[in-house]
Design a protein around this ligand. Sequence first.
Ligand SMILES: [Zn+2]
Ligand SMILES: [Zn+2]
Length: 332
Amino acid sequence: MRAAVITQLNSPWEFKELADPVAGPGQVVVRIQACGMCFSDVLVHRGHWPVQLPIVPGHEPVGEVVELGPGVTTLRVGDRVGVSWMQRGEGRCVHCQSGRPVRCEHTQTWMDLGGGYADLMLAWESGCTLLPEGLSYTDAAVAFCAGFTSMSGLRNADPRPGERVCVLGVGGLGHMAVQLAAAIGLETVVLTTSPDKAEYARELGATEGVVVDGDPGKALAEAGGADIILATTTSADQVAKVLSGLRYGGRLVTMGVTGPLQVEDMMTLLFKQCSIKGSTHNNRSDLVEVLTLMAQGKVVPRVEKYPMAEINEVLKRVEAGQVRYRAVLEHD
Ligand SMILES: [Zn+2]
Ligand SMILES: [Zn+2]
């Protein structure tokens, strides 16, 4: 098979001919149709993830099951599936035993088996999720990272009917988060620094798109505040400041900040009894919920499509933050 391989960090990925994978017990081989790319790929490329080189990257893969290993019972040859980042726990820890392998410290990922920028990919049966009928491979690829992250963020905020959601930042995650919040019937206000994106957010279902020029917390409070803030930006400063826009009992969920977060407004946290929570891919039901909403046409990602051969150019676009709003590599 042909695959894009990272042989050296900070260097272009190389296309190589590799041996076809063979499915072991509990595993399947997926013929990849599309694989999304996000900033996590840049972090891998730059050495911020503990990967063993050489490695085939690609953690947003979708395709067709072409081979079943011994003991596979839930998948069939010909199934359309996507493969999650976290595929299988080691089975014996308290998280695995309580049905949450995603929390397992020894979860198997694409870093163990190889990723999706290849003709064929090896995956654990338990890491594959069936795609609903009618959903394109390209759109489905977005569900397996940006969609999954956004939905888990929303569910982690424990939204209740009638609550108001604020989405901070309209990028790959944010443009999904707006649609997901609107799709489950929540009033949604969007904060962005770009007038274009504020307009676009309204097209996506936001009731209000606020252009922030300065303090996002003040802007949110002036726009009526929110019970839930889904912070999709990577800016720790913006996330720390937006907190003061929360209503009583509000929840701020951050999905993009990886550096230190310095909260200045502890008074809001204390007296309004608010909370800050981090979130990433969580319950598998969140992923299935996104796929269902997408298949119903209630959530539609905006995708830049590229042939697999342009992978290094796409990586540069993702790193430079130029993608609107999600990049997906497709096989011919
Ligand atoms: Zn991703
Ligand atoms: Zn475990």
